[in-house]
Write a protein that binds this ligand. Structure first.
Ligand code: G6P
Length: 366
C-alpha cells in the first residue's frame, strides 16, 4: 500500500496526529474486554526472572528508560538499560534468570540485533517490542510484541515511541500481576487509565498552536536544555533528541537534580530551558531546580498541567498547559509536546523535517 501525507505538510506531522488512533489500537490489542492484559503466562511468566536488561538505540532506548521506572516502581523488578552499541561490546554477564528485552521500531537496527544475539543462550527469555513483525529482531526473539503503530516514515520517531510505551506499560502491569506487587484495585485503576489515554492525547494535540508559538521562540536559540525528574527524565532526553535531530539546534537533557553539577554553568539569558513537570510527587523538587535556572536569567518553557502552571509559572518565559493525566502515564502524554516543539521549530527553520541531514530511518550497518 502507498502511504501518503493525508493532507499534512510532512509525514512527521501526520504521524504525530495519528497517535490517538494508533495508541487506541495498541491498547485494544493488549487489553482484554474484561480488563486483563492480553499476554499469556505461557508466553511470558515474570515469576521466572529476577532481573531485566533492556537494550535499544535512539528513541527506542528512551522508551526502555521510561519502562525502567515503571518496572522498578510497579513490578519491583530491577532493570538495567543500555544502548545497544555499548551493551554488545561490554560483555555484560547475563544470569539465567534474566529477561532480555529489545525495543526497535524497524526491528532491523544492526547494533540492537547484535545485542540480541549476544543474549541468546544466556538469558532466560528474549522478548522484543517491534513495529515490524516480520523483522529480524522479531524473528529471532522467543516472543515479539508488535506495537501496532502502522508504517512510520518520518526519520524522527513519534508514534512508534508512544506505542512502544503503551506496550511496555501493559507488560509492566502483567509483570506486577505475576509477581503480586500490585493490588487488584491499583491494577484496575491502571487499566482504566490506559483506556482513557487516547482522549487525553487528543486534547494535548489541540495545543498545537501554542506549541508552534513556543517553537518560534525556540527557533532562535543556539542551545536548549531539557529538564525532567524521575519518569520525566527520559522524556527530557527524548525532547532534546527530537529537537537536535530535525532542527539542528544543540539540545541536551539533564535530570533536574543534576543541574547544579554542571549544566547550570551554561545558563544565561540566551538559553531556553524546557522543563517537563506534571504536578506529581516530584513537582516541588523540579520547580526548585527551575527557579535556580530563572535566577540565572534562563528562559524557562514550563510544560505542566493547570495545577502545576497555577503553582509555578510565575516569571517563566512561556507556559504550555497539558491536560491532567494519571501520574504513571504522564511520560506518554508529555511525548506530544516534545514532538510538536521539535516539529514546529524545524518547520520555522526550514529544515528537511522528514529526512534530516546525515540520519537514516533504520541503521542496518554498525
Ligand atoms: C535511527 C532513527 C531513530 C531511531 C533509531 C532506532 O537512528 O533515526 O529515530 O530511534 O534509529 O531505530 P529502531 O528502528 O531500532 O527503533
Amino acid at each position: 500500500t502507498r502511504i501518503d501525507k493525508a493532507g499534512h505538510k510532512h509525514f512527521m506531522s501526520k504521524e504525530i496526529a495519528e497517535q490517538p488512533g494508533v495508541i487506541g489500537a495498541a491498547i485494544g490489542h493488549y487489553l482484554t474486554p474484561e480488563g486483563q492484559i492480553n499476554i499469556s503466562t505461557q508466553d511470558i511468566d515474570f515469576t521466572q526472572f529476577d532481573r531485566i536488561v533492556m537494550v535499544a538505540c535512539g528513541t527506542a532506548s528512551y522508551a526502555c528508560l521510561t519502562a525502567k521506572y515503571w518496572f522498578e516502581q510497579i513490578a519491583r523488578l530491577p532493570v538495567e538499560v543500555d544502548v545497544a552499541s555499548e551493551f554488545r561490546y561490554r560483555e555484560p554477564p547475563i544470569s539465567p534468570r534474566t529477561l532480555a528485552v529489545f525495543v526497535s521500531q524497524s526491528g532491523e537496527t544492526a547494533d540492537t540485533l547484535a545485542a540480541l544475539r549476544y543474549c541468546e543462550g544466556k538469558a532466560a527469555r528474549i522478548l522484543s517490542v517491534v513495529n515490524v513483525p516480520e523483522s529480524s529482531i522479531a524473528r529471532e526473539s522467543d516472543l515479539a510484541l508488535p506495537i501496532h503503530a502502522g508504517v512510520e516514515v518520518g526519520v524522527a520517531s513519534t508514534k512508534a515511541f508512544t506505542c512502544q510505551l503503551v506496550v511496555l506499560f501493559a507488560l509492566v502491569l502483567k509483570a506486577a500481576r505475576d509477581r503480586e506487587t500490585i493490588t487488584a484495585e491499583a491494577f484496575a485503576d491502571h487499566i482504566s487509565s490506559l483506556r482513557g489515554l487516547p482522549a487525553i492525547i487528543s486534547t494535548a494535540l489541540e495545543q498545537n498552536d501554542t506549541m508552534q508559538e513556543a517553537a518560534l521562540k525556540l527557533s532562535h536559540a543556539r542551545d536548549v536544555l531539557f529538564l525532567g525528574r524521575g519518569q520525566m527524565y527520559p522524556l527530557a532526553l527524548e525532547g532534546a533528541l527530537k529537537l537536535k535531530e530535525i532542527s539542528y539546534i544543540h539540545a541536551e537533557a539533564y535530570a533536574s537534580g543534576e543541574l547544579k553539577h554542571g549544566p547550570i554553568a551554561l545558563v544565561d539569558e540566551h538559553v531556553p530551558v524546557v522543563v517537563m513537570a506534571p504536578r506529581d510527587a516530584l513537582f516541588d523538587k523540579t520547580v526548585s531546580n527551575m527557579q535556580e535556572v530563572m535566577a540565572r536569567k534562563g528562559k524557562v518553557i514550563l510544560i505542566s498541567d493547570s495545577k502545576g502552571q497555577a503553582e509555578a509559572n510565575d516569571g517563566v518565559w512561556f507556559s504550555i498547559e497539558m491536560p491532567p493525566v494519571p501520574d504513571a502515564l504522564a511520560p506518554i502524554l508529555y511525548a506530544i509536546p516534545a514532538q510538536l516543539l521539535a516539529y514546529h521549530t524545524a518547520v520555522a527553520k526550514g529544515t528537511d523535517v522528514d529526512q534530516p541531514r546525515n540520519l537514516a530511518k533504520s541503521v542496518t550497518v554498525e
